[in-house]
Ligand binder design. Structure first.
Ligand SMILES: C[S@@+](CC[C@H](N)C(=O)[O-])C[C@H]1O[C@@H](n2cnc3c(N)ncnc32)[C@H](O)[C@@H]1O
Length: 286
């Protein structure tokens, strides 16, 4: 695929973006600035995978038996001074997204126990109406190496409408039955972490991004809660999993990511990876 035009570098000169100019693009820059320039009522579906604010100890965590380092999320983008600062960040993004979402659009926000409860409260305070919390249970989680608490094997995804009165949102109940447990399709999804060929690596063979999400997770979200041709918006895109899967499923996308090393990773991903076919996105579920 040709990717010369995939990335738009944001600048002060770009005062406002027309919807046409950003369709199927990644805007490189600070989402807090860029979101203000996006037109109202643009998105049919939103996926947000925000910083977790893990607050890891300064000392490197060692595995208890082999004494190698545990690789957590140590990137600058996950650091905030306080819960107040983190909450302000989340609130600003969610407020802008409410304006950018069409009235019948829905939004997914994913995180771990570190921040999902705060995010849920902020969403409710802003008037979002929660439809579900979907539990992603990892079949290959990172163990709790210190053995001081249970292994955290789950992340939670909040799925919501803009407000309580909006009933005309899209939900494909037939697809939903394929994924969940039981007749209607339950809110528990068993999916392995993103590993192997799917995981983007840097020139030293190290993970390019600490928290690249599995394609299968996005496949389920996009197939159950959007239609072909819909516009899927991800303002904190990382390795661009949302847009990558959206494209494969014949949806359109708009993504924002501030780090150049990641937007370059996205470009490579779109360039090198074979066009995904629906049945190829799905990985074997253990
Ligand atoms: C949890 S990661 C997203 C991972 C992504 N879902 C994937 O599958 O690769 C969050 C991303 O948000 C980006 N980010 C954080 N603050 C940002 C901001 N103000 N503007 C744009 N991107 C930001 C980080 O650089 C990071 O790549």
């Amino acid at each position: 695929m040709k990717t010369e035009d995939l990335i738009i570098i944001d600048s002060e000169a770009n005062q406002n973006y027309s919807l046409e100019s950003i369709l199927n693009k990644v805007i490189q820059g600070d989402a807090l600035q860029i979101l203000k320039k996006i037109p109202d009522n643009s998105a049919d579906l939103v996926f947000i995978d925000p910083p977790y604010f893990l607050q890891l100890p300064r000392k490197k965590l060692k595995r208890w038996n082999v004494k190698t380092d545990v690789e957590g999320v140590e990137d600058e983008w996950d650091k905030f001074v306080s819960f107040e600062e983190y909450d302000e960040f989340i609130k600003t993004v969610l407020l802008e997204m409410k304006r950018i979402m069409k009235d019948n659009a829905t939004i997914w926000v994913i995180s771990t126990y570190h921040s999902i409860f705060r995010i849920g409260k902020i969403m409710q305070d802003l008037g979002y109406w929660i439809l579900n919390n979907i539990i992603w249970a990892k079949t290959n989680p990172m163990p709790n190496w210190l053995g001081v608490r249970f292994t955290n094997a789950t992340e939670t995804m909040i799925w919501a409408t803009k407000n309580k009165k909006e009933k005309k949102y899209f939900f494909d109940k037939v697809k939903a039955k394929e994924f969940g447990i039981g007749k209607v399709g339950a809110n528990l999804w068993l999916i392995p972490l993103c590993t192997g060929k799917e995981r983007l690596k840097d020139e030293n063979g190290k993970k390019l991004h600490a928290t690249q999400k599995p394609q299968e997770l996005l496949r389920r979200i996009i197939q159950t809660t959007s239609k072909e041709g819909d516009i899927i918006f991800d303002p904190l895109a990382g390795m661009g999993t949302t847009g990558f899967v959206a494209k494969a499923l014949k949806r359109q996308f708009i993504m924002i990511e501030k780090e150049k090393k990641y937007t370059e990773g996205i470009r490579r991903r779109f360039q090198e990876s074979p066009v995904l076919k629906e049945n190829k996105i799905r990985k074997e579920i253990e």
